[in-house]
Write a new protein. Structure first.
Length: 338
């Protein structure tokens, strides 16, 4: 989502508006807001970019959070900051109109690019260690491009307001779908994988996608928060996939959809050892029953056969389900857990 897409909120209480403007009316904090307009950053990132001490940066961020301009979320031992949705609208014209071609903003932007390059290099180094295993798995099923084309085709042209990718991994589904969503969020339990996803999304020009660290069995989001929930190649790693799918269904808004992508049943036992798979695929009936028990009705089911000549072919299966409730008949979404 671009900064231009944010619209100022209406009816802001005068004390809150004054607090927002006072918080922004300081050089370092205004520079921080300009940087966060480019995407989420950590205290360490901002320390490197602005050349200020960590306590000083933390103090500025605390004031911006208290004023409702910035929000904070934890990722293991790390904390990331981003512009707060809604609260930013009041100072949007100011941030959008800043001249970025001259110091200090031009220098900040150059250092931001350097920080992102370092982050991308570290993420690539981590992923390079995993690549042989991933390449081996990809060789057993249809090309990723074929699967992704099927995902796009199955979802169709229906608008996406709020998207969440549970178990986002490298962020590939976000890279594919976030450009078509008003807002996109990725959840993963691994800080290292989120670092890979963050680097991949920034490389794709999608730096304002929200990434969260959390458990897919207990996602930190309110009921009915998303009109599209994606669970892509995750269930076969889980001890309790049924519970994870119930939690995914809980997040679907009235009239919203859930997309599940995983393997059909197979007998490649070696994947338990080489890829840490807990389940050897899922029957269509099994997934359909879990979805129905959670209150979602099936919409579509599609099998993608493996490419010819693979040693141990795997079939990739897509399931698309929909919440049949009418939006006006449902309770408003619960607030997400911070």
């Amino acid at each position: 989502m671009s900064i231009e897409s944010v619209r100022p909120p209406t009816d802001i209480p005068f004390p809150e508006a004054l607090a927002m403007l006072r918080a922004a009316a300081e050089e370092s904090r205004l520079r921080i807001l300009a940087l966060l307009a480019e995407g989420e950053l950590s205290v360490s990132d901002l320390t490197d970019i602005l050349g200020q001490s960590q306590p000083r940066i933390s103090r500025h961020l605390k004031l911006l959070v208290e004023a409702g301009l910035v929000e904070r979320h934890r990722e293991g031992a790390w904390a990331f900051f981003r512009l707060r949705e809604g609260g930013f609208g009041l100072v949007e014209p100011l941030i959008a109109g800043l001249e970025r071609g001259r110091p200090p903003l031009s220098e900040d932007r150059a250092r931001l690019e350097a920080v992102r390059a370092q982050r991308a290099e570290a993420a690539q180094s981590f992923f390079a260690r995993l690549a042989p295993k991933w390449d081996r798995l990809r060789s057993l099923h249809a090309p990723e491009a074929t699967v992704e084309a099927a995902v796009v085709d199955l979802l169709g042209a229906r608008p996406i307001q709020n998207l969440v990718d549970l178990g986002t991994g490298t962020g590939r589904m976000l890279t594919l779908l976030a450009p078509h969503a008003a807002r996109a969020t990725g959840l993963d339990s691994s800080h290292a994988m989120l670092s890979v996803a963050r680097a991949n999304l920034e490389r794709a020009g999608l730096s304002r996608v929200d990434l969260r660290q959390g458990d897919i069995h207990a996602p930190p989001f309110g009921r009915g928060s998303f009109d599209l929930v994606v669970v892509h190649q995750v269930l076969h790693y889980l001890d309790d996939p049924a519970r994870a799918l119930r939690e995914a269904c809980r997040l679907v808004a009235p009239g919203g959809r859930l997309l599940v992508v995983d393997f059909a049943p197979h007998e490649i036992e070696a994947l338990r050892e080489t890829q840490a798979h807990r389940r050897l695929g899922f029957a269509a009936e099994q997934i359909a029953n879990w979805l129905e028990e959670a209150g979602l009705g099936p919409v579509a089911h599609r099998d993608i056969a493996p490419a010819d000549g693979t040693e141990h072919p795997l079939t990739v299966t897509l399931w698309l389900a929909e919440d049949r409730r009418v939006r006006s008949d449902a309770q408003p979404p619960e607030r997400a857990v911070a």
